[in-house]
Write a protein that binds this ligand. Structure first.
Ligand SMILES: *Cc1c(COP(=O)(O)O)cnc(C)c1O
Length: 452
């Protein structure tokens, strides 16, 4: 039976609050209902086939329709659908996943605390890192430094660690003892400096902030290796090694939020490997299950885990910490990534091809910068190329271009006026060609609406 789209939209408008939406406006317009997915494509309620160049929400790394993941879930549900990791117990897939993550994660990041999302991973990290300093008789060393416009999720801790002004306005955030420094965004902020020079300048904002607050007060610095939600801000290669140096100098833990970058997005397994630095703590989620089921983990280095393990009872946990069905699905997902060499193929075969096509899109009159790292990129739409300036009414042109692309069968996300790219890692060269054609056409049509 075909979907009764109108009836479903009515029910949705009446009963469902949508995240990050103007719900009144959406209710008038009607939601788009997605019905099916295969590889890099999804289908909507009108039967439109859409190339999903955003992998759902940065997460469907192995693509849609991999039945192995459903098989793994069913097998585990039939065997033991639930048991917890409290009371000195746990389950087999959760142990195996913790060990697999230790094998994959960089350096001595060998310990996982399981949660259900990226936001919860960051909540866990805020609590456990403060606890880490407290059990070492430094309870005052509790300030986290994040970045303006950083994104670390939407729970109270996640949204506080993040630096989105619009989110802080709702619910009385940030909570105390969280500070923010300006992000590394050369396009807007770099002036006449080379990106490499600017990377050092941007990183040294952290040193200034640590000295301002006092090194004995600062617990950790948290940042996304590449800032995703704000618009794929790819820092210069000089940025992260300098951040690492500064953290070491002042005995501050470095938290790399790998929720997007983790599991192959940059063509490396983790974003920190792309930039060549070693974190102490690492939240992961999204790509860990390719979005097939919710799961997150807060991961810790040997040094941090040792203190946490020897610091008495850990008064932290969730009913679903290490849920067997979720960890079984994660194992099946990581098996696909490893056995089919999805990450290596993305890095060696797709990333260079995609980068060349992306650079071609960068030649469009509307595009001020085409930035890309692995399979994560952005087209910054500008009013006056080659000036590095923005449209006065920021966000309008991006939304327009996004809607036009959708009409052309291409899903891109827009933040402000940047068109964001994050396709499934299994995208083929032919699909990159299709992406290019549809994006170019959409840029042309956007320019036409603007009278350019
Ligand atoms: C999505 C995201 C989060 C939050 O993860 P959820 O699973 O949505 O709670 C945290 N950090 C980054 C960098 C993200 O992109």
């Amino acid at each position: 039976m075909p979907l009764d789209v109108k009836a479903l939209q009515k029910l949705d408008a009446e009963h469902h609050l949508h995240p990050f939406n103007d719900n009144a406006a959406l209710a008038k317009k009607g939601t788009r209902i997605l019905t099916r997915g295969e590889g890099c494509y999804v289908w909507d309620d009108q039967g439109n086939k859409l190339l999903d160049a955003f992998a759902g929400l940065w997460c469907v790394n192995v693509g849609y329709g991999r039945t192995e993941l459903g098989d793994a879930a069913k097998k585990q549900m039939d065997l033991l659908a639930y048991y917890n990791s409290f009371f000195g117990c746990t389950v087999e897939p959760t142990i195996e996943l913790a060990a697999k993550l230790a094998e994959l994660a960089p350096g001595d990041i060998n310990h996982s605390f399981f949660v259900n999302s990226g936001s919860e991973a960051n909540d866990t990290i805020l609590r456990l890192v403060r606890h880490y300093w407290a059990v070492q008789d430094q309870p005052q060393k509790n300030i986290f430094i994040g970045r303006v416009n950083g994104y670390h999720g939407t729970t109270v801790a996640g949204a506080s660690l993040g630096g989105m002004k619009g989110m802080h306005k709702q619910g009385g955030l940030p909570i105390p003892d969280i500070a923010h420094i300006d992000p590394p965004f050369w396009f807007e902020d770099g002036g006449d400096l080379s990106p490499e020079e600017y990377g050092l300048v941007a990183a040294r904002r952290l040193e200034r902030k640590i000295l301002e607050l006092g090194p004995d007060r600062v617990a950790a610095f948290i940042g996304e290796p590449i800032m995703g939600a704000i618009g794929v801000y790819i820092p210069p290669m000089t940025y992260w090694p300098e951040i690492r140096r500064i953290c070491d100098k002042y005995d501050v833990l470095l938290v790399a939020d790998e929720v997007i970058c983790g599991f192959g997005r940059t063509g490396e397994w983790f974003g920190s490997q792309y930039f060549g630095f070693q974190p102490d703590v690492m939240p992961v989620a999204k790509g860990i299950t390719s979005g097939y089921i919710p799961l997150g983990a807060a991961m810790f280095s040997d040094k941090v885990a040792k203190v946490l393990k020897e610091g008495g009872e850990l008064a932290h946990g969730a009913t679903y910490s290490g849920h067997p069905v979720c960890t079984a699905v994660a194992l099946a997902n990581l098996k696909i990534l490893q056995e089919e060499k999805v990450v290596e193929r993305a890095r060696n075969e797709i990333a260079p091809y995609l980068a060349a096509k992306w650079a071609q899109l960068g030649e469009h009159a509307l595009v001020g910068e085409a930035r890309i790292a692995g399979l994560m990129g952005a087209l910054e739409l500008v009013p006056e190329k080659p000036k590095r300036t923005f449209f006065a009414d920021r966000g309008k042109v991006g939304a327009l271009c996004r809607d036009i692309a959708l009409n052309n069968g291409l899903i891109l996300r827009a933040t402000n006026d940047a068109m964001l790219l994050s396709p499934p890692l299994v995208i083929t060269r032919e699909q990159v060609d299709e992406l290019f054609e549809k994006a170019w056409k959409s840029l042309n049509e956007t320019a036409a609406v603007l009278g350019k």
